[in-house]
Design a protein around this ligand. Sequence first.
Ligand SMILES: [Zn+2]
Ligand SMILES: [Zn+2]
Length: 364
Amino acid sequence: MEIRAAVVDAINDITVRTVQLDEPKAGEVLVRLVATGICHTDLSMLRGNLPVPTPFVPGHEGAGVVEAVGPGVTSPQVGDHVICSIAVSCGQCYTCARGETPCELAGSLALAGTMLDNTVRLHDGDRDVNHIFCQSSFAEYTVVPARAAIPIRPDVPLAQVASLGCGVATGLGAVINKAKVTPGSSVLVLGAGGVGLAAMLGARLVGAAKVIAVDIADAKLAKAKSLAADETINSAEVDLSDAVDELTGGRGVDYAVDCVGMEGTLESAFRATRAGGTVVAVGIMHATISSDIDTFSLIMEKTLTGSYAGSLSPHRDLPAWVDLFAAGRLDIGALMDRECKLAEVPDVLEELERGAFTRAVIVH
Ligand SMILES: [Zn+2]
Ligand SMILES: [Zn+2]
């Protein structure tokens, strides 16, 4: 079928035009997209900071309605409302067999440009067009693995929950699934963008007593304070370690989550965490970022770990979080502050780079 999609033909070169989408193959479903969140990772791929073979269609926070299913698919069914999750799994590898994450294919599924069977469903005339995260939802329709199309209740607005496909689920899951934040604890979140704000909402949800937001933009910190943070620190103006010491009686926080992933941010999170505390790396600005951690602190029972895609069990987590949203207990809708059309995507990606909004969503 012919569909409109945003196509990246080369680094920094993105246009919206008509391409061809194949029928779903075995184990896949066709989704008519209702909304697609725009994630910083889409921008990183456009800029060449995360290498994806061109041409490709970005977009990995799709939500929509299943229009057709391929051979052998029993769930989801035609008509189901689904969130297309980046937590794509093969179901057969060493970690999948153990019910653990990430799937051994996760990294290559994100960036290699193909579906699970190493072929593509998108074409531009006689040229193949690559996928990201087996999804490519900057488009009117997408074909995704059935295992990654997570059915949710049909009564929630898909534009409000589409970011559970990646960014919002990444923040919530890092805190709930990976850090396993306990009630009454203190949680430091570096970065008050969409992922960081979701991490703060998650910390609130599970009963953290003190949520501390860190950023270098006062506007983002104000939003964090209005939404989920008890305290804010502008790390461009004050020393982060000193500020955290002041807020924690010199002890450091119980948990720190680095949603930024720039040079030095993980080290800052690590230093701000108490002996015995837990630090989770979540964001990464560039594939080559590395960190320098002091071993003595690790020996003092400090845990340094990372979380990919919110360490999700998507069929368990996403419907549950949608239920909490519907019940008014998890305000992820407040993160969406820019709506646009598919044709506007090239411009909106530039707005994202300028930090003009928290989270944008394409409404198809
Ligand atoms: Zn993302
Ligand atoms: Zn696997």
